[in-house]
Design a protein around this ligand. Sequence first.
Ligand code: DLL
Length: 445
Amino acid sequence: MATKPSHSLMWNSKAECMPIEERRSLQLKRLQDLVERIAVQSPFYRSLFQKHGVKPGDIRTLDDLRRLPFTVKEDLRDNYPYELFATPLKDVVRIHCSSGTTGKPVVSGYTANDIEMWTEMMARSLTSAGASYRDVVHNSYGYGLFTGGLGIDTGARKIGAATVPMSGGVNNRQIMLMEDFGATVLTCTPSYALVLAEAAAQMGLDIRNRIKLRVGVFGAEPWTEEMRVEIEEKLHLEAYDIFGMGEIMGPGVSVECAYHNGLHMQDDNFLPEIIDPDTGEPLPPGEQGELVITTLTKEAMPLIRYRTRDITRLTDDPCPCGRTSVRHFKLTGRTDDMLIIKGVNVFPSQIEAVLLRHSELAPQYVLVVERKNNLDQLEIQVEATEAFYNQGADTISLFSEKLHYEMQQMLYVSSKIIIVPPRTVQRSEGKAKRVIDKRKEWLER
Ligand code: DLL
């Protein structure tokens, strides 16, 4: 946690610092209104409530939230494209959807009020990261069906910043424009931030003197504290974590403040819970489990107790920044990206944390899981830095042995470490693909 914050900017201090009791009453009122509205207007929730025997009058306190049934991703897929909409299509002004390459995408609709609310959440988020009308925001999140590009864009416009609507790709051009336009804020996935740092280094550009970035707003994929250090060092900026998901809204569901002690959930609009992913039982603050979110104010596609599959913990400890919202800690993974290797649970983030502690390695890696002779095998392919790679095979082999031992201590499972030459792990313009699980092919054979 930063003890000395870099700024104390806030977009809407009245809402963000609302006294806790007032916030709770507002949440309850909004929850009651929501349940009443969708019990009538949403055919999906009308029948779900009937099936579970719940009526709007059942919600008397915030604890009654747990009487309501969960919504899961399959509900969205099964009701493709519009069956979860709670407003007629004539009131919908924007439609986003997931980029899923298999099956039908997950759709999300917005009314004009939904877009207004999202814009306000993004204005709060960018301000929380220290951005203002004085900034030039270089936005490398993809524009289009993905919510990253447009979400950041509307928020940046609201705070009056000059926005450069880049999307990802053509890295050298990104660097040139960042320099020429005097970009001060970079918004993209954390893995793409490293790709840009690498591109600048390859161009021989002295980032510290030629690029004015001071803030980065990174999210859309898991990243560790070790990754934060790496990005901050390479791009000379202060890195902020932003979370969101298309089904819930897009970026801006939660964001860090200048204290970097968790992400403030914008809980006047998004009510979070943590549940045990196996039993569905709510867990108390501080315990790690699956994040579940109820959208309190969304009109077109509200979601009740949506199971995000993201794993984290909540805290309601006061934050020195003055915001009174609940915070969640950095996401450690998703229930569906947990690898089970020889029966042991392994999260890619645990592996990343170990790899990034070593200056011999570049922050580029891929995990390949296979089944050989009926046994799971985990192969960690990680890039050496140029300098380390030039030290030759013997040094690399000695280092791999050390890393293998360290990884085993951490993961409780054996892995094969392959140190690969610089710039050979595939880079991504958006979300990095860190895991190749070949066991699925093996099972399907
Ligand atoms: O990734 C929205 C977004 C855009 C968030 C830009 C932040 C910045 P989806 O494509 O629907 O939406 O993916 C949502 O991405 O359930 C998490 O698993 C993951 N994710 C998003 N933000 C973070 C983060 C956008 N800060 C899914 N840390 C979520 C870790 C994240 N994982």
